[in-house]
Design a binder for this molecule. Structure first.
Ligand code: ZN
Length: 355
């Protein structure tokens, strides 16, 4: 197997982890899952860097104090659905995370770049420049006039999840429930449908992970580009509210879209338990299932590094070669691995962004 296959990853919460743990992207750490030295060692060529806004009352004073609990907050509030947050809080917090991303690019001395087109992404991956895609996980920072959408798009925003697992002005996210159908509430609001159309016009990829099932079908009905879930799994293997049903997978396939397989053990396991002692093969099982349903051109990775609990056999980003080896052992040749690792992401992003 070729160890030089770069991996482009559909989801990380590294921006939040860096800020809450007070660690540097450029120094190797034992904390969190991703920093540049470990990314290089693991063959991670880049991915979607999520801007996620914590609830106002969980935000540490000053917004920058280390708060390890906040880094894993996404998976520790099962069953509770916070109230929609004030726009002013969301915009201020998102702005400061976007600024962090650009400070990181500036400090990288050319080693890392915020990518705005598929051509740029491909070029970075092939030249070994770490590629960072600005992504919003939840549209809370977006106002109903879409002023912020215009400005953030100009500032490099290239993908957006309408929701994280909470309701907002646009849609309803799934609460973390197991076992549960993803059909947990109402579909898009009128503002949500308008946001879908605005993103289509600007060429911002919509991410369907975290969206409930009725919202999913609303997007499928009105959105033009391929349907994408950046970090989800197969509901048939792990019946979590966060995973995709066979019917949803068929719609993604028919739209020429893709699914990035989430490495969070609670979304991989048949029993839904957050146990890191979960075999690497469990990820391979989801990859196999999705490839069977979608084809090898429509599956990738969406690790959820720095926001989730991966199998101990992966540990952090340095464990990615072990995943590629495991997939190789169950029959994925180099051509297939290159598709899963980065080529499918480039295809879908090119189709969405238009360049
Ligand atoms: Zn997520």
């Amino acid at each position: 197997m070729d160890a030089r296959i770069p991996i482009y990853d559909g989801h990380n919460d590294t921006l939040l982890s860096l800020r809450t743990a007070g660690r540097s992207f450029f120094q190797r750490s034992d904390e969190g899952h991703v920093d540049l030295p470990r990314a290089r060692e693991g063959g991670l060529g880049g991915g979607l860097f999520a801007v996620w806004v914590p609830d106002p009352d969980t935000e540490p004073p000053g917004g920058r104090e280390p708060d390890p609990a906040a880094a894993t907050a996404p998976y520790h509030d099962e069953g509770t659905m916070p109230a929609p947050m004030p726009l002013s809080h969301a915009q201020r917090y998102a702005l400061s995370e976007v600024a962090d991303l650009y400070r990181l690019e500036a400090a990288s001395d050319g080693q890392a770049k915020v990518v705005r087109s598929a051509a740029e992404l491909r070029d970075c991956l092939l030249r070994g420049i770490f590629a960072m895609q600005l992504h919003f996980e939840g549209a809370e920072p977006i106002d109903r006039d879409f002023d912020a959408l215009q400005v953030f798009h100009r500032a490099g925003l290239r993908s957006l999840g309408l929701v994280w697992s909470r309701p907002n002005d646009f849609a309803h996210g799934v609460p973390f429930k197991f076992p549960s159908s993803p059909d947990t509430g109402p579909g898009l609001t009128d503002a949500g449908r308008a946001l879908v159309r605005a993103c289509n016009e600007l060429g911002i990829m919509l991410d369907l992970s975290h969206l409930n099932e009725r919202g999913f079908w609303d997007v499928a009905a009105i959105s033009d580009p391929p349907l994408v879930a950046t970090h989800s799994g197969a509901h048939a293997l792990s019946p979590s509210s966060r995973n995709l049903t066979d019917k949803q997978l068929a719609a993604i396939r028919d739209s020429e879209g893709m699914v990035g397989v989430n490495f969070h053990v609670g979304f991989l396991r048949a029993d839904g338990v957050d146990d890191p002692d979960t075999p690497l093969a469990t990820i391979a099982d989801h990859v196999d299932y999705l490839v069977e349903r979608l084809g090898v051109d429509k599956v990738g990775f969406g690790s959820d590094f720095d926001g989730a609990i991966p199998p101990a056999a992966i540990g952090d980003v340095t464990g990615l070669p072990r995943l590629l080896s495991a997939l190789h052992e169950v029959g994925y040749d180099e051509e297939a691995l290159a598709k899963l690792a980065y080529q499918n992401w480039i295809r879908v992003l090119r189709a969405t962004w238009g360049r």
